[in-house]
Design a protein around this ligand. Structure first.
Ligand SMILES: [Zn+2]
Length: 192
């Protein structure tokens, strides 16, 4: 498991949002590692800015089996990852860090929908799960940590074009990250 946390980012309380990366923050490019091919998803920047302004700690949780498959290296991954974090920072969005599963065929505990990446973060921070969310474009994103008690939301971006059929009582569905940020705002107003 690859874990990178930025100690210089001040913690914003105990509310966390765990975001998938490919198809959620950036346009899905199947095993993306080239910075030149990086492109933000529709309304992703707006969504991230809103979530940051709502005082959430933001962490990227991403399956990167392209490393295990030999399509790109950990260094390729971390270089793109640093680029994304810098790019978001230029919009005023600071990520607390990221966690990645580099495995492919290994029977690991971190590849989503398994919850190893979430557990690793839980060991480091006190998290108020009732107010914290998992968001992504795949059911494997929302399934991860379902038993851990987070709120979850599927997006219509990336692989999410077919997600309407997976709409269920315990997972929300919205079109993009900006709509997700609105959903989070409304839900928090109701909870407080
Ligand atoms: Zn793994």
């Amino acid at each position: 498991m690859i874990i990178k946390l930025n100690d210089t980012i001040p913690l914003k309380g105990k509310k966390f949002i765990f975001l998938d990366r490919d198809g959620t923050i950036n346009v899905e490019r199947n095993y993306l590692y080239e910075i030149s091919k990086f492109e933000f998803e529709y309304k992703a920047v707006e969504g991230l800015i809103s979530l940051a302004s709502q005082d959430f700690n933001l962490i990227i949780i991403t399956n990167q089996s392209g490393i295990g498959r030999g399509y790109y290296t950990i260094k390729d991954f971390t270089m793109l990852q640093s680029y994304i974090i810098r790019k978001c920072s230029s919009y005023g969005v600071e990520f607390l860090g990221y966690v990645a599963c580099p495995h492919y065929k290994e029977n690991c505990e971190c590849r989503k929908p398994k919850d190893g990446m979430l557990r690793a973060i839980q060991e480091r921070f006190e998290i108020d799960k009732e107010y914290s969310w998992i968001v992504g474009d795949k059911v494997s994103d929302t399934e991860t940590g379902r038993s851990l008690g987070y709120q979850s939301c599927l997006l219509g971006t990336g692989h999410g074009k077919n997600n309407f059929e997976h709409k269920s009582d315990n997972t929300y569905f919205v079109k993009n990250l900006s709509e997700f940020a609105n959903l989070v705002r409304k839900t928090n107003e109701r909870l407080y």
